[in-house]
Design a protein around this ligand. Structure first.
Ligand code: NPW
Ligand code: ATP
Ligand code: MG
Length: 363
């Protein structure tokens, strides 16, 4: 597989990936067989594989065209923001805008709303999340939203989480793509049935959040296990919900394929980088689903969107760190979203200096 993909063109490599993946689904071999027999796990994949994955992301990015009206490039909603955490929903919502969404809404608690508004005039902020009519208040916006990002800065207040449960149910009923992060993952770990089998959901756990989810769903935190196996297992157990395990490398699976992203990032671990990722993924998920599987060469659109968000976040981290070093914060990374996006997805990779993106593509 590595040899064939490495020898072929980028798109041909992706096609091989898709075909093998389809075969695996058809015959439904056990997880170990998928990872060991077909794809030796510790074989580094070629840059061609990484480039193939980036090319699939490029394929789903809509062109900027004069005929488009406001809203067509995407309207995203972020559900989060409570008195303790106002930065996280801001980071997620502004990232969605800067990746290319036309409108970005935040549904937060009443107290948090004016604070979030004060960070940016570009966000539309609804102070509804702790209202008794929260579900209806958000539901009336759902027909106008293309994707939801649930969890950044949500907190763990029971009444708030109950409202979010209602919002998740209403969004699922409408078939809206949902990225679940941070405290949204806390809620899913309490009630995995909320998201079980909903294949338009993407979960973006960090190390701790992944352990909690695995414990809740599989009865085993899977700590110290091979990460590709662990992420594939969790995705399958959730009924092919896409899972992105963030870390030194990001591991992504939709239960059929496993991608790893090791795009160079930075060693700064300041808070908020995951929020940037989940907001970016909100808009990329919409674009990928809109583009459809023919544009992603048979790979799952959400798998491709997640790979794009991971590569983008890490590229932002790298560029920001080059300028600010140890002082780098998530705000500096957000400033890099435009240039990083251009570099990865709008120009040929590696054309403007710096190393070509590196990473691995695995099934
Ligand atoms: N500016 C803002 O408003 C921001 C707000 N945010 C918001 O905060 C809320 C809570 O989110 P969260 O991520 O802090 O919660 P949670 O999952 O309990 O993790 C905390 C615990 O996990 C551990 N830990 C974490 N990573 C680990 C690793 N790689 N490897 C090992 N351990 C690891 C770590 O353990 P420790 O190091 O303390 O022992 C820590 O105790 C949520 O709403 C989020 O959106 C953030 O988005 C940031 C910006
Ligand atoms: N050890 C690491 N080396 C390089 N990049 C990393 C490392 N750990 C995480 N990242 C990157 O940082 C980004 C955020 O991941 P992280 O695990 O910090 O999320 P998080 O804890 O949810 O962040 P947040 O503070 O927003 O809640 C991801 O793009 C991930 O690839
Ligand atoms: Mg987080």
């Amino acid at each position: 597989m590595a040899t064939r993909a490495g020898a072929g063109a980028a798109v041909a490599g992706a096609a091989v990936v898709a075909v093998l993946s389809a075969a695996l689904v058809l015959y439904g071999p056990p997880l170990d067989a998928v990872l060991n027999r077909a794809f030796p796990l510790h074989t580094a994949r070629s840059v061609t594989d990484m480039e193939a994955a980036l090319q699939l992301v490029r394929n789903v990015v809509p062109p900027l065209a004069a005929w488009q009206h406001k809203g067509q490039a995407g309207r995203i909603g972020v559900v989060g923001g409570c008195p303790e955490y106002t930065g996280a929903p801001y980071f997620a919502a502004i990232s969605a805008l800067k990746v290319g969404a036309d409108l970005s809404h935040v549904f937060s608690t009443q107290d948090a709303a004016p604070v979030i508004k004060s960070y940016s005039p570009e966000l539309i902020v609804h102070p509804v999340l702790d209202s008794p009519s929260a579900v209806q208040d958000v539901e009336k916006w759902l027909p106008r939203l293309h994707a939801l990002v649930v969890g950044p800065g949500l907190g763990r207040d029971d009444a708030l989480l109950e409202n979010v449960k209602g919002i998740l149910e209403a969004s699922k009923a409408r078939g809206i793509p949902i990225v679940i992060d941070a405290d949204g993952l806390w809620l899913v770990a309490q009630q995995p049935a909320l998201i079980q089998g909903y294949q338009k959901a993407v979960l973006t756990p960090n190390h701790m959040e992944f352990s909690r989810l695995a414990e809740a769903v599989l009865g085993d935190a899977l700590d110290g296990r091979d990460r590709c196996r662990a992420v594939l297992s969790l995705s399958r157990a959730l009924g092919n919900v896409t899972v992105v395990q963030k870390g030194e490398q990001d591991v992504i699976s939709d239960g059929e394929q496993v991608l790893t992203c090791s795009q160079e990032g930075s060693s700064r671990r300041c808070g908020g980088q995951g929020d940037l990722l989940s907001g970016s993924l909100g808009i990329l998920a919409h674009w990928a689903l809109l583009a459809g599987p023919e544009k992603t060469n048979g790979s799952g659109p959400l798998l491709v969107a997640a790979f794009g968000a991971c590569a983008l976040t890490r590229q932002c981290a790298r560029q920001a760190f080059q300028k600010h070093g140890r002082a780098t914060t998530t705000t500096d990374m957000i400033t890099e979203l435009g240039p990083a996006f251009s570099r990865l997805f709008e120009t040929s990779a590696g054309a403007d200096g710096g190393a070509a993106p590196t990473g691995e593509l695995r099934l």
